[in-house]
Design a binder for this molecule. Sequence first.
Ligand SMILES: N[C@@H](CCC(=O)N[C@@H](CS)C(=O)NCC(=O)O)C(=O)O
Length: 206
Amino acid sequence: MSLILHHLNRSRSERLIWLLEELGADYELVRHKRDPQVNLAPAELIAIHPMGKAPLLIHDGQVIAESGAIALHLLEAFDPEYRLHPAPGASNRAAFFEWLHGAEGAVFLPFLMNTYLSATGLEDSLLSQYMAGEREKALGAIEACLTARPYFAGEEFSAADVMMGFQLEAAEARGGLPETSPVHAWLTRVRSRPAHQRMRAITAED
Ligand SMILES: N[C@@H](CCC(=O)N[C@@H](CS)C(=O)NCC(=O)O)C(=O)O
C-alpha cells in the first residue's frame, strides 16, 4: 500500500495531516512551498493535478483532490470501525455530512474571501461589506451548533471537526472570534488531542 499526501505550507492541507494522524495511517508527506511573491502553489502540483492545489492524496497511484473527497476516501479506507465518522444509519450522519462539506462550502467562503479582499486592497469595498454579513451568518451557524453540542457531529469528535479546524483556527488568529464564543472551548478540546499536537509539530516546519 502506498499513501502520499502532498502538503502546501500554511494551507488547509494541514487538515489532512491531522486526519491521517488521527487514523494512525502509514503515509508519506511531501512538502511544497508557496511562491513568496504570489503566494500560489509551485508548478510541481500542476504536474500532479490540473488544478495545482493542495491537498493532493495519491493512494496506490490514484490521485485525489479536494479535502472533503480525500477525507471521505480516507475514512472509507482506514476507519472501518467508525471511530471518526458516524456509521450508515446513525442519527448524526447527516450532521456529519453537513459540517464535513460546509467546511469547504457556504460557511467557509466568507472567511476565505476575507483573505482575498485584504490581499487585493478591497477591504472597504461593497463586496467586503456583503462578505462581512455572510461571515456573521456563518459564525452564527457555527456557534449555534457548538452551543448545542460539544462537537460538530454531536457528542463525539469526528472528521467533521478536523475539516472545520483550519478556518476556525485562522479566525481565532485574526481576532475574529468574540470572547464569549463557544468556539474557544471547542478549540481547547480539539487541541488537547495528541493527533492535533502531532500535526502542529509537523506543520511547525512549514
Ligand atoms: N477546495 C479545495 C481547495 C484547495 C485550495 O485552494 N488549496 C489552496 C491552499 S489553502 C492552494 O493550494 N492554494 C495555492 C494555489 O491556489 O496555487 C480543497 O478543499 O482541497
